[in-house]
Ligand binder design. Structure first.
Ligand SMILES: [Zn+2]
Length: 81
C-alpha cells in the first residue's frame, strides 16, 4: 500500500512489528531541491523525475522514499507523570 494515509498514518501496533502489513507513503524527490511527488509505481517516479530533469537539467539525482509510521499503544500501568 503506497497511497497517502493521513488519517491512520500512525496505527497502533499490538505484538510483533510487521512493517509490510502497515500502510506506507511513497514519494520521489529531487536531491538538488525540495520538489517531490507522491507516487504509486516506479513508472510514475521515472516519469516525474524525467520531467523534472527536463525543466531543471542540472537536477539529475532522485530518490524514492518510503515512510511507514506506527504507534505503540499506551501501557496500562503508566506510573510516571
Ligand atoms: Zn530539483
Amino acid at each position: 500500500m503506497t497511497s497517502p494515509v493521513k488519517s491512520y498514518a500512525y496505527p497502533e501496533v499490538h505484538g510483533p512489528l510487521n512493517l509490510s502489513a502497515l500502510p506506507a507513503r511513497r514519494w520521489v524527490e529531487c536531491a538538488s531541491c525540495i520538489e517531490m511527488e507522491h507516487v504509486e509505481s516506479d513508472e510514475q517516479a521515472d516519469k516525474w523525475a524525467t520531467e523534472h530533469h527536463r525543466v531543471s537539467p542540472r537536477h539529475d539525482r532522485f530518490r524514492v522514499v518510503v515512510q511507514t509510521g506506527w504507534r505503540i499503544p499506551p501501557a496500562d500501568d503508566v506510573t510516571t507523570p
